[in-house]
Design a protein around this ligand. Sequence first.
Ligand code: SF4
Length: 263
Amino acid sequence: MPREYTYGPFQSRRLGLSLGIDILTKKKTCTYDCVYCEIGSTILLVPPTYEIKNPPSLHYRNEIKEMMRLFPNLDSITFGYNGEPTLNPYLGEFYRITSEESSEVKWNEKEPYISLFTNSSTVYLEEVRDRIKVFDYVLAKLDVASDDDFITTNRPHEKVPSINIIIESLSKLRSLMSQKKFDLQCLIYNSYRKDFNSNNNETNIINLGNAIKKIKPDAVQIYSIARIPSEYFVYSINDQQKKSIVKTLKEIVNNEAIEINYY
Ligand code: SF4
């Protein structure tokens, strides 16, 4: 059977054995054009209200069913490795079919999480929060906590709201998901260019700490560039730097219930 929607599964440090689901177009469409993006420059930079109207075809149910039966040891079925999945208004429909099929499978151990990566640019929209809140596990991007860093690092479409609105919206989404797993992912990087303010600057780390305190996720994942970035002038921070960022964030957040780790 040709595979239209799924890829992998592959072993992920954060998710375990994860089957990827792609519900977007093949052309990279995103609300951001992050300097460090590992899938290349954004071809179509779109506003957060843009819709990629790709409903699940009949093939989706069969494909997901077959993959679940082939891999009864999955830990996660994960939407959103390529671009921003919340741009597809049929995300809820994809979730429903996945969940229905998953409940029919005899899993080796526990049923896998149905997880979602989001870049957080659309969560200010109530209908998007409603579509997301049903997922078992949400991993939301937050690399910056000031508009200057936001523009430099994530290079959002001009219609993406301010970072403060995004932080407020993540906090609302988190309250809607108090019984689910909700993590923040912060990609921190450095730059060779002296005239470029990479997001490992001290002010950004302090601002991020205050944002984490407000959002109260279950966990924060600090990580860095692992593949070829979109721009030549950015590069990965090392483990020592990640460790020091984790220490600073823990001091600011000062809440044992929020796990902060680096990967
Ligand atoms: S949000 Fe993700 S897919 Fe979009 S540009 Fe940034 S890293 Fe790439």
